[in-house]
Design a protein around this ligand. Structure first.
Ligand code: ATP
Length: 361
């Protein structure tokens, strides 16, 4: 199913929860709505579900305006925390319920329920009642119940939030595989950027009711449009420091406390020679910095802390009043207070306009 939101606004009294949202979700696409608490993701999902009517704008499913179509007539599968399971029915009956309503033959129901239960790893729980399940198990039953209908559009609200870390990773992969195999259009809400990055074809990032960007995980990661997105995407997050971009003779430098970096010509070209002196925010990801002893066009600092992450070593480096996190190889050794030089991969840095936060590169 192809889904379009056209100029969609949702107000609660005078408060604008969703502000003029425009986005298209292609047939068979897997889209994550991502953003901090209160940014309007759940409201958007409830508008797609038909539980909320937009204050203005249109919701379009396969070229048909559905603003006034009831949730039950929208060909949806929903997996919301508020969509409780039926307490008097077993897990099997709960999952089978939407199929029974459709009068599907018993043999086929059994097959479909078993398959959905296997996907979410609850095949051993089919005879239990919801009260005999953990929160995470209930969540998986609710997911299976939505999946079994093979709807045109599936809406998921934080579908993995109650699961432990191991199961979350397995389920992430299983849901993605299933979505691709069945070709169901799926929209899911999450505030977990790793979850959004690993599962979605495209991510819609919202802040304060507004769409900040809507793009592929790679694009958002490699070319964040503004500071908000740069800050939100990536774990450990991008490092930021205020610097001044200064043009001197033929070369351009980034200057700040403890920083004097000469930019290579290709970056100067990209920024545009129009910039003479400008306050900017330098952003660099922890994996785009290397530590070494050579002291040339680098930032000199000292080790503040080292944190072994297993595969990598996360090194906190202090310079002036600032700190950068650096992803170093596992074998990196350094004592607290030891001087280190940080080499920024200059083709990977980001420069943001200090006033409006837009990426200048
Ligand atoms: P979270 O991750 O915390 O669930 P969210 O991004 O899903 O956040 P929404 O639930 O969409 O956020 O809420 C967006 C804003 O609209 C919030 O400020 C919220 O307080 C407000 N809001 C949501 N529902 C209502 C309502 N029924 N009446 C009044 N305000 C509401």
């Amino acid at each position: 199913m192809r889904v379009q939101l056209v100029d969609v606004t949702k107000k609660f009294g005078g408060f604008i929860a969703v502000d003029n949202l425009n986005m298209t979700i292609e047939d068979g696409e897997f889209v994550a709505l991502l953003g901090p608490s209160g940014c309007g993701k759940t409201t958007t999902l409830l508008i797609l579900a038909g539980i909320y009517r937009p204050s203005s704008g249109h919701v379009i499913f396969d070229n048909r305006i559905v603003n006034d179509v009831l949730p039950k007539d929208r060909n949806l599968g929903m997996c919301f925390q508020s969509y409780a399971l039926y307490p008097h029915m077993t897990v099997f009956e709960n999952i089978a319920f939407p199929l029974k309503l459709r009068k599907i033959p018993r043999g086929e129901i059994v097959k479909k329920v078993r398959r959905a239960a296997e996907v979410v790893e609850i095949q051993h729980l089919l005879d239990r009642k919801p009260a005999q399940l953990s929160g995470g198990q209930q969540q998986r039953v609710s997911l299976a119940r939505a999946l079994v209908k093979e709807p045109g559009l599936m809406l998921l609200d934080e579908p993995l939030s109650n699961l432990d870390a191991r199961l979350r990773i397995t389920m992430r992969a299983e849901i993605k595989r299933l979505q691709k195999n069945l070709g169901i259009t799926m929209v899911f809400v999450t505030h977990d950027q790793t979850e959004a990055m690993s599962m979605a074809d495209r991510i819609a990032i919202m802040d304060q009711g507004r769409l900040q960007d809507y793009s592929t995980p790679e694009e958002l990661y490699n070319r964040p449009k503004n500071l908000f997105i740069a800050n939100f995407i990536g774990n450990p997050p991008m490092n930021f420091v205020n610097v001044t971009c200064v043009q001197e003779g033929g070369s351009m430098h980034l200057r700040g406390p403890g920083i004097n970096l000469e930019l290579p010509d290709y970056l100067v070209e990209r920024i545009g020679r129009r910039i003479r002196t400008q306050d900017v925010v330098l952003g660099v990801r922890p994996e785009d910095i290397t530590l070494s002893g050579r002291a040339e066009n680098c930032i000199q600092g000292e080790i503040y802390l080292t944190e072994p992450l297993g595969r990598d070593m996360l090194v906190d480096v202090r310079f002036g009043n600032e700190r950068f996190k650096v992803l170093a190889p596992q074998k990196f050794r350094g004592q607290i207070g030891e001087p280190v030089n940080m080499y920024l991969k200059l083709d990977k840095i980001h420069l943001f306009d200090k006033k409006d936060g837009f990426n200048l590169l």
